[in-house]
Design a protein around this ligand. Structure first.
Ligand code: SF4
Length: 549
């Protein structure tokens, strides 16, 4: 006699392990986890120095090439000439070029002139001149050969820079406000906390095998320029009722294919506690994070399942061993700009000058030029922003006109149009193996077209262009977010195009853009499409209304 089939009931589902170490799932549950267990990503550095740089690309163990190299900011770049339609069907090795992208981490976006010139020299010597400022304050170089890597590290390390944990399942670069320490309105200067946390934990094997990447931000910027809402962990400057300066703690933000906004834990963190609270949160992620499926491995899934209350309880009881006091929420901006472009006063009477390279694209010569201009006008400090822009600090009042003229002459615009100022683009098909469409060139053309067609448009408006669904350029929180994919044109051909997301925003009214079904544009028709959307907006909006509203 056969037994009757058991009813499928969701109430009787067996709880399934997600690969959480703390619950005993120590056996690797997928290839990435297996690679990390076999050998820590940080160990690849010595092999690059001793073996791969001497014996060349073909000597690289595939598990290092496509895995551990990332722990030092190295990704193979996309082989030229492979169109976006092949991205999903080719094996990874078929997409691999023999050259690398190299990401230089710039914690807090802080550079002195020697550091900037060193990156410029490396770009010109080893990277065919390439250098892009990313929307996480890094500088990315391309066309790197493995033979050059030890010399590049030596040059970077001589000026206090590194590529350690710039990529991989690690604590990546820590975002900080470019104006930290000089902004008269800042709540707190987070530089000491960024420096301390980086010095203590970056390159520490206790935190080099995480379920996935871990993005941090620490800032007291009143414009919330480090986009705390979409970081894995963010310390946001606040002042408590006693007038003490510290941080409000946010966890679990992130975009990609399952966007989630970070949650406030409601705690007040004193500056001297920041490093241990950071270590506690990343410890929870390491131990309780979901390792079974890569697409569920970011901390946001854990935070979403647990909720803020339970997360805080585990942090305090299991990791800190003490209770954090409740604290106030930060004041958040309503829309507006977070980019620090333009000329503005510092609290010491000098000025800072923010400027807009187009979609973050620079090169070695331009980086040298920026260093020369800064020096000529008496500055020793340059910053990268989270919007693919840069800022020069410490300009005396009588030097402002001169530096603005020199920057503008180099097409580093200090008073750019809204379109130049607020359009970002990810790396795209030019170098990225996950890309489906081209981005930087297209976004650059879009800026030119919109400047020509809508010359008076002056309101804040973000246009973010991505080459695939991964959202490196933050499409879901842009006013106009463009997600690269293949679309069908009027003649029935599959061509490069975009799914459009409209009305995303951060700050008081944070929310993701609406992905209207069928709202797609081919790359060719994009300028017409965006022009139409903006003309509609201008004709229908109330005076005070932002695009997202
Ligand atoms: Fe590559 Fe996609 Fe990220 Fe663009 S969004 S850099 S195409 S992974």
């Amino acid at each position: 006699m056969t037994s009757p089939p058991r009813p499928a009931s969701r109430h009787h589902k067996r709880p399934r392990g997600e690969g959480q170490w703390a619950l005993g799932y120590r056996e690797p549950l997928n290839k990435n986890e297996e690679n990390k267990k076999n050998d820590d990503g940080l160990n690849v550095r010595q092999r690059i120095i001793d073996v791969y740089s001497k014996q060349g690309f073909d000597s690289i163990d595939p598990a290092d090439l496509r895995g551990r190299f990332r722990w030092f900011g190295l990704y193979t770049q996309r082989k030229p000439g492979i169109d976006g339609g092949k991205t999903a069907i080719l094996e990874p090795e078929e997409l691999d070029d023999r050259y690398f992208m190299l990401r230089v981490r710039i914690d807090g976006g802080q550079l002195d002139l020697a550091q900037l010139r060193t990156i410029a020299d490396i770009a010109n010597t080893y990277a065919r001149g390439t250098a892009d400022v990313t929307d996480r304050q890094n500088i990315q170089l391309h066309w790197i050969e493995v033979e050059s890597v030890p010399a590049i590290w030596e040059a970077l390390e001589a000026v206090g820079l590194s590529t350690t944990e710039a990529c991989g399942d690690t604590p990546r670069v820590m975002l900080g406000c470019p104006l930290a320490g000089i902004d008269a309105d800042e709540v707190i200067d987070a530089t000491p906390q960024i420096d301390d946390t980086v010095a203590r934990y970056i390159g520490d094997k206790a935190y080099s095998n995480l379920p996935r990447k871990f993005k941090s931000a620490m800032s007291g910027c009143p414009a919330s320029c480090t986009v705390h809402e979409i970081n894995d962990i963010a310390f946001v400057g606040v002042v408590d009722e006693q007038g003490e300066k510290g941080y409000d703690l946010w966890v679990g933000g992130g975009l990609s294919t399952n966007p989630m906004l970070a949650k406030r834990l409601g705690t007040f963190v004193r500056p001297d506690q920041v490093h241990e609270v950071w270590a506690g949160v990343i410890g929870i992620f390491r131990d309780y994070g979901y390792r079974r499926l890569r697409h569920r491995a970011r901390i946001k899934f854990l935070v979403n399942d647990w909720g803020a209350e339970r997360f805080r309880e585990v942090l305090e009881k299991e990791y800190l061993g003490y209770t954090l006091p409740d604290g106030p929420a930060p004041e958040l901006p309503r829309g507006g700009r977070r980019d620090h472009v333009g000329v503005h006063p510092q609290k010491d009477g000098n000025y800072y000058v923010g400027f807009a390279p187009k979609v973050g694209r620079l090169d070695g010569d331009k980086l040298h030029l920026i260093a020369d201009i800064a020096e000529r006008y008496g500055s020793a400090r340059v910053r990268t922003t989270v919007e693919q822009k840069m800022v020069i600090l410490d300009i005396a009042p009588d030097q402002v006109d001169g530096i603005v003229a020199d920057l503008e002459a180099a097409d580093l615009q200090v008073n750019p149009s809204t379109f130049r100022r607020q359009t970002m683009a990810c790396t795209g098909i030019e170098y990225c193996k996950l890309a489906i469409v081209e981005t930087k060139g297209l976004a650059s053309n879009l800026i030119d077209e919109l400047e020509r067609r809508l010359p008076g448009f002056g309101e804040p408006l973000t246009i973010n262009v991505n080459g695939c669904p991964n959202s490196c350029a933050r499409i879901q929180v842009a006013d106009i977010g463009l997600k690269g994919q293949l679309v069908t044109d009027a003649n029935g051909n599959q061509v490069e195009g975009f799914q459009v997301h409209l009305g995303g925003s951060l700050g008081v009214n944070a929310g993701f853009g609406r992905k209207v079904r069928g709202l797609k544009a081919t790359a060719d028709e994009l300028p017409d499409y965006v022009e139409r959307v903006l003309k509609n907006y201008q004709s229908q909006k109330n005076d005070e209304e932002t695009f997202a509203e």
